[in-house]
Design a protein around this ligand. Structure first.
Ligand code: NDP
Length: 491
């Protein structure tokens, strides 16, 4: 029989008794000298860390990415350098608006964050299960999220807040249409796709670069709940998707995703009919077909949820040589925000936590801070130095590209139209039953908002497609003449 481990304090000394506090006599007052008791109580009070402001409810798993197709002429990223190459990774799936205890079956976009532990550092792809987003300027993000959370006066979710903001933010309509389709309630985390949404830059050894978008397509097939099924699941098992992921991996039914990319030469970008740095837009597949790249498999569960899932920290700005940012304003905002959120939530040295630490060496001149686990030598702690300290490697620099213009607050000026793509989705991609569910889901939710907000939002649906607007108006018993008038007024 394996020898039992000896119970110790956090300082490593043996604990003689964990059932009886040290007292002066019996029953006796408890003595402060019982360090084990005091530390146990004090540590318990400190068990919670701030939950994520967004994406608080999540589930995670370990796995790998295997390259199945050679796209190395487009990127010098070593983890993508040859077919058959496998790189370890960690994935966290999440809802966005709910608190840490909220239900997995909520109507919400799903976070789909992947941390790939490459030999040249961690590459994070912080994606969603939708290819577009509600807004395209980070300035709007805190306001948008406030509207998805609780009303500060009533502390309840508020359909007026939710739809007031969206109806005043018409660029959200593409994402709203996806969110209110049944894709807004995926059956489980295993049954949804992940999309980078943002455009990224890939570059090779010759200094050539391309714009890319990632698509992680579920090998389990897309499966969604209807609104009614999601409502039941929220009550029956608020953790159903967390449980499903864990159980699937435990029974050896490892979920997988086919990883594909769309690749655009930089000279196309300027003349393309859509602004490729506007995250409310996709690149239609007919224009830029997806190319297969690899396969992601999840095959290991975390053993400590807090250490691995709660403390995992992703940032869309964690790149490796061969991959870089694009000028997408939302991406630029996120590149700041994610690191900042982790510094607040986990501390200045959060990259040293095992789940976040790169597998390769880390050598730089950052020093100290709370909870530092120094693994490099302390000296020298400045650059440049003549002591043989780590040196920057200019060969890893990304190719430069031209930017001109006046400094100022620029609204999106590209002549693309915010309604073409949701129209294509409504008209060409959705089936009759998808459209029926979409209308039902919208009517059920928007029906709880004030009439004036219902009218303003329905006018946006009308601008996407007259049938779309008319069906919502009918469901909400709105005056269609007023909807049409508002739709016209916006033009
Ligand atoms: P395609 O017919 O080539 O692609 C349509 C895409 O729509 C497929 O990728 C499919 O994803 C996805 N889709 C199917 N049903 C829904 C739904 N209810 N909600 C959201 N997405 C759905 O057409 P285009 O590339 O020309 O795009 C047409 C429209 O499809 C776009 O305007 C956009 O709204 C939507 N779309 C486009 C994507 C793209 O990257 N081009 C990605 C996702 C959506 P799947 O194959 O996984 O079933």
């Amino acid at each position: 029989m394996a020898k039992k481990k000896r119970y110790t304090t956090s300082f490593g000394s043996p604990v003689d008794d964990d059932q009886n506090s040290v007292t002066a006599g019996d029953p006796g007052p408890v003595l402060l000298q019982d360090v084990h008791l005091v530390h146990k109580l004090a540590h318990f009070n400190r068990e919670r860390i701030p939950e994520r402001v967004v994406h608080a409810k999540g589930a995670g798993a370990f796995g790998y990415l295997e390259v199945t197709h050679d796209l190395s002429k487009y990127t010098k990223a070593k983890f993508l350098s040859k077919v058959g190459k496998k790189t370890d990774l960690f994935v966290r799936f999440s809802t966005v608006g709910g608190e840490k205890g909220s239900a997995d079956a909520e109507r919400d976009p799903r976070g789909f964050a992947v941390k790939i532990y490459t030999e040249e550092g961690n590459y994070d792809l912080v994606m969603n299960n939708t290819p577009v987003f509600f807004i395209r300027d980070p300035m709007k993000f805190p306001d948008f999220i406030h509207t998805q959370k609780r009303n500060p006066a009533t502390n309840t979710k508020d359909p007026d807040m939710f739809w007031d903001f969206l109806s005043l933010t018409p660029e959200s309509i593409h994402q709203v249409t996806i969110l209110f389709s049944d894709r807004g309630t995926p059956k489980t985390h295993r049954h949804m796709n992940g999309y980078s949404g943002h455009t990224y830059k890939w570059y090779n050894d010759q200094g050539e670069y391309w714009w890319v978008k990632y698509h992680f397509k579920t090998a389990q097939r897309i499966q969604n709940f209807t609104r009614q099924e999601a409502e039941i699941m929220k009550g029956k098992d608020p953790d159903h998707a967390t449980r499903d992921l864990y159980d699937a991996i435990e029974r050896g039914d490892y979920p997988a995703w086919n990883v594909e990319v769309q690749i655009m030469p930089p000279e196309d970008a300027e003349k393309y009919r859509f602004n490729i740095f506007d995250i409310t837009k996709v690149w239609p597949h007919g224009d830029y077909p997806v190319k297969p790249l690899g396969r992601m498999v999840l095959n290991r569960n975390p053993t400590n949820y807090f250490a691995d899932v709660e403390q995992s920290a992703f940032c869309p700005g964690n790149f490796v040589p061969g991959i870089a940012a694009s000028p997408d304003k939302m991406l630029q905002g996120r590149i700041f925000s994610y690191h900042d959120a982790h510094r607040y939530r986990l501390g200045a040295n959060y990259e040293q936590l095992p789940i976040n630490a790169p597998k390769g060496p880390v050598h730089n001149y950052q020093r100290d801070g709370f909870m530092r686990r120094e693994e490099t030598s302390g000296h020298p702690n400045y650059w440049p130095n003549s002591m043989g300290g780590p040196e920057p490697d200019p060969t890893t620099a990304e190719p430069q590209f031209e930017v001109t213009g006046k400094v100022g607050r620029h609204a999106y000026s590209h002549p693309n139209d915010d309604f073409i793509q949701p129209r294509a989705l409504y008209e060409k991609v959705m089936t009759d039953s998808d459209r029926d569910h979409l209308i039902g889901n919208i009517v059920d939710h928007l029906g709880n908002a004030k009439k004036e907000i219902q009218l303003r939002q329905t006018a946006i649906f009308y601008r996407v497609h007259p049938e779309y607007g008319t069906r919502v108006a009918k469901g909400l018993k709105l005056d269609i003449t007023e909807v049409k008038r508002l739709a016209k007024q916006h033009k």
